[in-house]
Design a protein around this ligand. Structure first.
Ligand code: SAM
Length: 363
């Protein structure tokens, strides 16, 4: 095992666990809708690009879902992929028992609620399930052991906040703000550099773990180049959380120092950035890169509460780490109110995601 490759990433930001009303399990329908919308494209990608001859002979087919969280979304994605791979095998004239057995690896950070994940595994599943804790920015699997990687709505999370953004002595210090989207050029550059570094580590690790001819199916939130960032849903969410934290500093509920040292390690990429890192890495060809645009307007206005709950499920863990559990109810109540006001002004916002299919090149 290449132990030097297994990096320690101490920072983990799992979604809210459990299956209570605020949990990610109950508040991830937007992600689920996007995944359902790509089902056909994923099936087509697998039918056209998966190279069965290169993968066989092997009596088991290995799929890994990176950043799986707790379900139910991960189970639906795995189901869709498995169906598509089976169809591909059948299309090549293979029937049971020539079709390999499936093994599925569910990966997320160590503090993810793996107990809930395992308890809710579909009872009629047609695969052997394994949990793999650890950061996908380092090695997770033995060399050439995985046939297909999947990851949805996880690669926007950086491994850490860029150090310079938290350093009072650097021009990129992000005082009074919690993200780069409305910040200075220095802060934007620091986040961009962190994204490129993380993606390089991600691709480097996957290039070793994926068999030649194997595929990576990724759904990544981002924005098309040239779109003003202020039109995005990520901007809206982060701006409002920032505004709530500033209000709470003014009320003396949290200290200014805590706010100044808090930044969200999240990045919205544009496809050109992704293409650049894939090209630089050199181990993959881009087989598909499709924009999945969706305008978040009517449904979010009607359902500000649901939208606020999605924000809470994603960010509560991080907020708790920095400011303590005591402030979370007040913060997210305020966030819900601000969100309702903002959405009632009816400015359509874009949630854009990309479907990317990468193929491991042969030597
Ligand atoms: C928004 S959830 C997406 C979950 C699921 N894939 C879906 O589409 O609903 C993002 C997940 O990625 C995980 N994650 C973020 N960074 C990660 C990393 N470096 N390694 C492993 N998991 C990571 C988080 O812990 C979280 O569970």
């Amino acid at each position: 095992m290449a132990s030097q490759e297994i990096r320690k990433v101490t920072e983990a930001y799992p979604m809210k666990g459990g299956d209570g009303p605020d949990s990610y399990a109950k508040n991830s329908t937007y992600q689920r809708e996007a995944m359902e919308s790509v089902k056909e494209l994923v099936t087509k990608g697998i039918a056209e690009k998966l190279d069965i001859d290169l993968l066989l002979p092997s009596n088991s087919f290995h799929i890994a879902d990176l950043g799986c969280s707790v379900g139910p979304n991960t189970f639906s994605s795995v189901e869709n992929i498995l169906e598509a791979v089976e169809l591909k095998f059948q299309g090549q004239g293979l029937m049971n028992p020539q079709i390999p057995e499936f093994q599925v690896f569910f990966n997320d950070h160590t503090p993810n609620d793996f107990n809930l994940l395992f308890k809710s595994l579909p009872p009629n599943r047609q695969y052997y399930a394994v949990g793999v804790p650890g950061s996908f920015y380092g090695r997770l699997f033995p060399s050439a052991s995985i046939h297909l990687f999947h990851s949805s709505f996880a690669l926007q999370w950086l491994s850490e906040v860029p150090k310079v953004v938290e350093d009072k002595n650097c021009p990129a210090w992000n005082k009074g703000r919690i993200h780069y989207l409305s910040s200075t050029d220095e802060v934007v550059r620091a986040y961009k550099a962190q994204y490129a570094k993380n993606m390089e580590s991600f691709l480097h690790a996957r290039a070793q773990e994926l068999v030649y001819g194997g595929l990576m199916v990724l759904i990544i939130p981002g924005y098309p180049q040239g779109t003003p960032l202020s039109h995005s849903v990520a901007y809206l969410t982060l701006q409002l959380i920032e505004a709530c934290l500033i209000d709470m500093v003014k009320k003396g509920v949290i200290s200014e120092e805590k706010l100044d040292s808090f930044n969200i390690p999240m990045y919205s990429m544009c496809p050109q950035e992704l293409e650049a890192v894939v090209e630089q890495n050199g181990s993959f060809s881009i087989e598909t890169l499709e924009t999945l645009p969706r305008v978040l307007a009517d449904d979010a206005v009607l359902n500000a509460k649901q939208f606020a709950a999605h924000g809470r499920a994603a960010f509560e863990g991080l907020i708790k780490q920095q400011f303590g559990k005591e402030i979370t109810n007040e913060l997210f109540d305020l966030y819900g109110k601000k969100l309702e006001e903002e959405l009632s002004m009816f400015k359509p916002r874009k949630t854009t995601s990309f479907l990317v299919v990468l193929k491991r090149k042969e030597k």
